[in-house]
Design a binder for this molecule. Structure first.
Ligand SMILES: [Mg+2]
Length: 229
């Protein structure tokens, strides 16, 4: 019999509601680094990531034999990264300042597809980093979860993720949601699949913060002082 998807974290109906606007943030590659610490772990294990397309499987090879690591071996290393995330997965630059500012006009919820059994270590890591907003770790579709959050609210909803398929499923499940793409590492950017219609790409957290605040406060766009670089 197929195992039902598991979820860890507060029930959606128990999430604090201080604002009607909601910002839902993915964690890996959005709030904390994933790709670069994963690369570092691979190097420690005598393997290297060769980025040829937008996936890990087949792109990680043993330095001594040149043989690609199997999906099972990569899963085991991902678990190791999650076990040791407090030491390995640092905060993405600018995320704390952005969350502080956004919290003035929106509720913030973290939504991670990390294996839910690592919820306690990730919760401890976020708390120690000053990020005490609620977190949900789930194997369910992010679209389904954000749709359930959306029925409890009347304000704008912004969803931020590094993986275009997650933006797509949330866009389909919550047609009014604002979709923002943010990926801390530049490693895979050249190989990213296209963003779904309506999604906007952010270069970094200062840029994402500006895009998100426009969407939750309805303020007119600010001139792009970065010159589009
Ligand atoms: Mg992610």
């Amino acid at each position: 019999m197929k195992r039902a998807p598991t979820t860890q974290g507060p029930a959606l109906t128990d999430l604090p509601r201080r604002h009607e606007a909601l910002v839902v943030l993915d964690i890996d590659e959005v709030v904390i680094h994933f790709i670069e610490p994963f690369r570092a772990l691979l190097e420690e294990q005598g393997a290297r990531l060769h980025v040829e397309n937008f996936r890990l499987t087949g792109n990680v090879r043993s330095l001594s034999t040149g043989v690609a690591l199997t999906g099972h071996e990569l899963d085991r290393l991902t678990e190791r990264l999650y076990e040791e995330q407090e030491a390995r997965q640092g905060l993405v630059e600018g995320v704390r300042e952005a969350i502080d500012e956004m919290s003035g006009s929106a509720d913030i919820v973290f939504l991670t597809a990390m294996t839910p059994s690592f919820y306690p270590v990730r919760r401890r890591h976020l708390d120690a980093s000053g990020l005490e907003q609620p977190m949900i770790a789930t194997e369910r579709s992010k679209g389904a979860v954000v749709a359930e959050m959306a029925v409890l609210r009347t304000g704008p909803i912004v969803f931020v993720d590094d993986l275009p398929p997650n933006l797509l499923t949330v866009g389909r499940s919550v047609p009014g949601a604002h979709l923002v793409h943010l990926m801390a590492s530049e490693t895979f950017r050249a190989h990213l699949p296209p963003l779904p219609p309506g999604a906007v790409g952010a270069r970094d957290w200062p840029h994402a913060r500006q895009l998100i605040l426009q969407r939750i406060t309805g303020a007119p766009p600010l001139p792009d002082t970065a010159g589009g670089a």
